[in-house]
Design a protein around this ligand. Structure first.
Ligand code: SF4
Length: 397
């Protein structure tokens, strides 16, 4: 469905106002006071406490902030850390960082194909747990429903930032018991919300419980966007906890090269030197990274800093996401535009996540294909420049 043909309607969320409580003295009076705020030297929690949570706070500091109604914050709360705010253009609404975080009234415009749980995660959650068991040998384990900042394109906006959806310790315990009872699970991905928003002690507790129940787990992964939202969350103490609990890999979400800052690079290097593999999962977002040039720069900058560009996701149809949707054809063009032009290790897999819980499926132009020519089946291969080779010798035994 093309962007132009999507019909939208107003969305009326039936849930209480999400977390928009504010502490007035923490906020910035103007742009200069924001830019003077030294993120690098402050404890991460102190920086987090200075986050922007409403359009009114943003409009004191930035130009061209459109006012929104309070109901918008029921779709997804706003939280923008000072670190993210410092990356945002002061006035330009087309800034790729602003697009990802600054709320607009159109959060409530919902297209017919959009739904709260489009990946049917709730249906695949064993009773009492916060585990999504979709694939035979690996599970998603939701450990928190709060994030360092809230992305307008979030897949799980049905639950993140929702005070009614807090993940209790009881659910976490039941989830760990589930892992104990299912030895076929060999790969656990902690996600949420953001697992790294847990305190060090709580994160250590959860990881230790998992390792105690399943010392044989082959892979223990964490998905976190905090490295791009507040890199100072990565501390030597956090790295020790991850190493102690044998966390294999941390996947983050960088969507634009502007997010690869010296502070981000410095703190991701702490994880790398601790021996933790690093990956990135971008989301293809209209106006942010739906360009061959941006995507080439992004994947090369990631690899040059030791972060593997792992997946590029199409936009999941969560409520209000159609405004960011990039078409399938454009997705193929972008893939084609980077293949051959960037290093092999920098090429991510482009993915659609099948609605209804079908799981992830790769999207690829057909570079190698069977074709019947003059009644004879041939195997044709087309390279990144559009040049063809007849590879029919591969059709034999
Ligand atoms: S950090 Fe992840 S879970 Fe949180 S709002 Fe962004 S996309 Fe959603």
């Amino acid at each position: 469905m093309s962007q132009a043909s999507i019909q939208v309607k107003q969305y009326t969320p039936q849930i209480p106002l999400k977390l928009v409580k504010n502490n007035k003295e923490d906020k910035f009076a103007d742009y200069q006071s924001l830019m003077d705020f030294d993120v690098a030297s402050r404890p991460w929690r102190e920086t987090l406490a200075h986050s922007f949570k409403t359009d009114k706070e943003l409009s004191k500091v930035f130009g061209n902030i459109n006012p929104v109604e309070e109901d918008v914050y029921k779709v997804i709360a706003t939280r923008i850390t000072p670190y993210i705010a410092q990356l945002m253009d002061k006035d330009d609404q087309a800034c790729p960082i602003r697009i990802q975080y600054v709320p607009e009234q159109n959060e409530m415009d919902v297209a017919p194909q959009e739904m709260g749980d489009q990946l049917a995660e709730d249906d695949m959650m064993p009773d009492g747990t916060s585990i999504v068991h979709r694939y035979p040998n690996r599970v998603l384990f939701l450990v928190h429903n709060i994030c360092g900042a809230y992305c307008r394109h979030c897949t799980r906006k049905r639950m993140v930032s929702d005070p009614l959806n807090v993940i209790s310790m009881e659910r976490i315990r039941k989830s760990v018991e589930y892992l104990r009872e299912h030895p076929e699970v060999q790969d656990v991905l902690l996600s949420g919300g953001d697992p790294l928003l847990l305190t060090d002690d709580k994160l250590d507790q959860v990881l230790s419980m998992i390792r105690e129940a399943r010392p044989d787990l082959k892979i223990l992964r964490i998905g976190s966007r905090l490295p791009t939202q507040l890199p100072t969350r990565i501390t030597p103490e956090l790295c020790q906890i991850l190493v102690k609990n044998r966390v294999t890999l941390l996947n983050t979400q960088v969507n634009h090269p502007k997010e690869i800052t010296p502070l981000f690079v410095k703190h991701m290097a702490m994880l790398r030197t601790s021996g933790i593999m690093l990956g990135n999962q971008s989301v293809l977002i209209k106006g942010v990274n739906d360009s061959v040039e941006v995507m080439r720069d992004l994947v090369m900058d990631l690899v040059s800093n030791g972060i593997r560009p792992y997946y590029v996701y199409s936009m999941d149809p969560a409520p209000g996401n159609s405004k960011f949707q990039v078409s399938y054809d454009r997705m193929l063009e972008i893939y084609h535009g980077i293949r051959g032009w960037v290093s092999g290790p920098a090429i991510p897999t482009f993915i659609v996540d099948g609605i209804g819980g079908l799981g992830k499926m790769p999207v690829q132009p057909e570079y190698v294909r069977k074709q019947v020519i003059d009644g004879e089946t041939k195997l044709l291969a087309t390279n990144f420049e559009g040049r063809n080779a007849d590879m029919s010798f591969l059709l034999g035994e």
